[in-house]
Ligand binder design. Structure first.
Ligand code: PGA
Length: 242
């Protein structure tokens, strides 16, 4: 596992964008795994700038998102479908048919999960998966006590995640309690992982993920076993590592 400590959010974002760009330059038809939340916003902004400056071309790239809330329609501004379009896709030249986000309103969620796995496999697997980390150590929506063997599946959100994500909604009651998430197995099959962490609220989770024992109570700890994982940690999130 490579650990890069960044001096601030901007440095973390710029380094992450540089790694994504390198992946696309090396393999123009690569498959990227992407994350939502506050952490990667700066990375998306930087990638958009790179695209505008003609430093990167997404025309052959495929993108799979980690997760999506159940019950929210794609038009709902809190859905991750909306997030990806509004923060990234609409500014770059990725083809719509090459972007994949689980459908949280599918009638048959289990079938949707199976299809999602199949689509990832049909595209040759994920080359680079970007991850955030929850204060509770989750990656994607793989909450503590996860089964490390799971592929894309229906998850019940942890109370702490609902509380944390309620900042985007007008009340906590509006936060969906279930979601579709790539499983740990899906994530671990990616050829490279890039985990980003920003802010002091992530310091404990980062410490446990990097230095703690590998256990289902800290889902992110599994990345210690990944052969090609890079973690970019903004200095406040790295506080407990020194
Ligand atoms: P955040 O979420 O980037 O909004 O902090 C990260 C996560 O929950 O995985």
């Amino acid at each position: 596992m490579r650990i890069i400590i960044a001096d601030g959010y901007e440095e973390m974002s710029n380094k992450a964008a540089a790694i994504v760009r390198s992946q696309v330059v090396l393999k123009p038809d690569c498959v990227l795994g992407m994350a939502t939340g506050d952490t990667p916003r700066g990375m998306y902004k930087e990638l958009i700038k790179m695209y505008e400056n003609k430093e990167v071309d997404f025309s052959e790239v495929s993108v799979f998102n980690l997760d999506e809330y159940c019950t929210l329609s794609r038009e709902n501004e809190h859905s991750y479908y909306y997030y990806m379009n509004h923060n990234f896709f609409r500014y770059i030249n990725v083809k719509k048919g090459n972007t994949f986000i689980p459908n949280g309103t599918a009638e048959d969620i289990e079938e949707e999960c199976r299809n999602y796995e199949l689509q990832i496999k049909n595209r040759g697997g994920i080359d680079l998966q970007v991850l955030g980390i929850g204060a509770n150590g989750h990656i994607g929506f793989n909450e503590p006590d996860i089964n490390f063997e799971a592929e894309t599946h229906l998850v019940e959100l942890d109370e702490t995640t609902i509380e944390y994500n309620s900042r985007f909604f007008s009340s906590k009651d509006e936060v969906p309690t279930t979601a579709i998430s790539m499983g740990i197995k899906t994530i671990m099959q990616s050829r490279m992982l890039l985990l980003l962490a920003n802010g002091e609220s992530k310091a404990d989770a980062i410490y446990k993920a990097v230095k703690g024992k590998i256990c289902p109570e800290v889902p992110a700890s599994i990345i210690q076993l990944h052969p090609n994982a890079t973690i970019i940690i903004e200095k406040n999130a790295a506080k407990l590592l020194r």
